[in-house]
Design a protein around this ligand. Structure first.
Ligand SMILES: Nc1ncnc2c1ncn2[C@@H]1O[C@H](COP(=O)(O)OP(=O)(O)OP(=O)(O)O)[C@@H](O)[C@H]1O
Ligand SMILES: [Mg+2]
Length: 262
């Protein structure tokens, strides 16, 4: 269970640039639930995800993961909790390391000490199996450096790395936005598969409203640092993209247009 409890985050406090990026947001996420997050540019989505990841500390409120406050957890322990994939396909893998070395690091996530990056043949078989699931032929390229892979292949590898050790929450921040439509679709299908097969709890930021309503079982909309919509079940089923767009324009007026949402 993830509990985001009245969290606030301010950047540049006390300066002319003071900016309350998140203004008191609460979301309880049940174990195994998949939540999509939408909202205009600068509405606080990434900040919220970074707070949940523990990369940022809330100025007020708290975030509990299985009753433990993420702010009080050591970095290596937090690393074992959190799987995170960002928009930039280059950010999740080490380009100078081979595919198998990247996976070996992911396997050791959350362990206090890492004894080298040696890959045992037993592990190699496991990695091969996992890579086969991606259906990109990477199972035959274990020794290739991650830097040789295409953006889509790297993002698939990142996704696999984020879920290899089952995280308590998988955080996806527009992780298909930088990919071509076909690759994006593939990565999205892979995401759904990994979430389902591993019964993961997930939060996915997307700008695609159709996706936001069709994937997972709950949708949260952020606007100017606040949660302005939180729907699931029948209420969500009834919602259309047009409804969301209307809500956007009602909440924001011209700002929705400026933010590229309309
Ligand atoms: N490290 C930071 N320092 C200062 N301000 C920041 C920082 N990170 C985010 N902000 C500001 O906080 C607000 C929310 O940003 P955030 O990145 O969370 O938005 P977002 O909803 O993810 O937008 P986008 O859809 O463009 O990714 C913005 O006004 C942004 O400029
Ligand atoms: Mg963002």
């Amino acid at each position: 269970m993830i509990k985001i409890d009245n969290v606030k985050k301010v950047f540049n406090r006390g300066t002319v640039n003071e900016n309350w990026a998140v203004k008191g947001v609460s979301v309880d996420i049940k174990q195994g639930s998949f939540v999509t997050v939408i909202g205009g540019n600068g509405s606080g989505k990434s900040t919220l995800l970074n707070l949940v990841a523990g990369y940022l500390k809330p100025d007020e409120g708290r975030i509990l993961i299985d009753d433990e406050d993420v702010s009080n957890v050591t970095d290596y322990k937090r690393a074992s909790y959190i799987g995170i994939v960002f928009q930039d396909p280059l950010s999740g893998t080490a380009k100078s390391l081979s595919i198998e070395e990247n996976l070996a690091i992911a396997m050791k996530r959350g362990q206090k000490r890492m004894f080298g990056m040696g890959v045992k043949s037993r592990d190699r078989e496991f990695y091969r199996e996992q890579l086969r699931m991606l259906d990109l032929g990477l199972e035959n390229r274990l020794k290739d450096k991650a830097g040789l892979l295409s953006g889509g292949q790297r993002q698939a590898l990142t996704l696999l790395m984020a879920t290899l050790v089952k995280p308590k929450i998988l955080l996806l921040d527009e992780h298909t936005a930088a990919l071509d439509p076909k690759t994006a679709d593939k990565i999205l299908k892979l995401t759904v598969k990994l979430v389902k097969e591993n019964s993961l709890t997930a939060m996915m930021v997307t700008h695609n409203m159709k996706q936001a309503l069709s994937l997972g079982e709950r949708t949260v909309m952020m606007q100017l640092g606040k949660k302005v919509l939180d729907v699931d079940g029948e209420e969500r089923k009834k919602l259309t993209v047009t409804d969301l767009l209307e809500l956007f324009s009602r909440e924001l007026g011209d700002e929705a247009y400026d933010a590229g949402m309309l």
